[in-house]
Design a protein. Structure first.
Length: 156
């Protein structure tokens, strides 16, 4: 089945249109694993500004502790996390707008090393698995075959 892609050309500069490209394909289940979209990370210059905006406009609640570097909002079954951009882009004349500013995060329930290897075998470029002190997950960033950033994560 060919993917169905939403046509944005009928809208003036994307007005009144959800900017997400809708792709639907039939895929055969290959195992009994459970995977779900856990969160969307948005990289930004001013975490507090975006958190205040989304709280005021959509009544989203902060999950955990808020900071100027990282804050997570409860958006129902999917979290929206705001992550301050890297120091190299802060107060820099270089425009980072050509870089991806969003990361899809998938929580998995199988061995993350095997899942990572399977993704690599299917065309994804994968980074090393990582953990952070006080963060109860192991995770690994990847880039899909078209250059979109994603992450797989598993509770420790």
């Amino acid at each position: 089945m060919k993917p169905k892609v939403h046509d944005h050309s009928s809208n003036q500069k994307g007005k009144n249109c959800n900017p997400i490209v809708h792709t639907f394909t039939k895929q055969k289940a290959t195992s009994t694993m459970s995977t779900h979209l856990k969160s969307i990370i948005i990289f930004c210059s001013d975490v507090n500004k975006l958190v205040n905006f989304y709280q005021a406009q959509f009544k989203l609640k902060i999950m955990g502790k808020a900071s100027e570097e990282w804050t997570v909002l409860n958006a129902g079954p999917v979290e929206i996390a705001f992550h301050r951009i890297g120091a190299a882009y802060r107060n820099s004349p270089e425009d980072p707008s050509g870089e991806p500013n969003t990361k899809l995060v998938f929580e998995i329930d199988e061995d993350i090393t095997l899942f990572r290897e399977r993704l690599q075998a299917n065309g994804a470029r994968m980074g090393a698995t990582k953990t952070f002190p006080g963060f109860p997950y192991i995770f690994c960033d990847g880039i899909d075959p078209e250059g979109n950033v994603f992450q797989i994560t598993k509770p420790i």
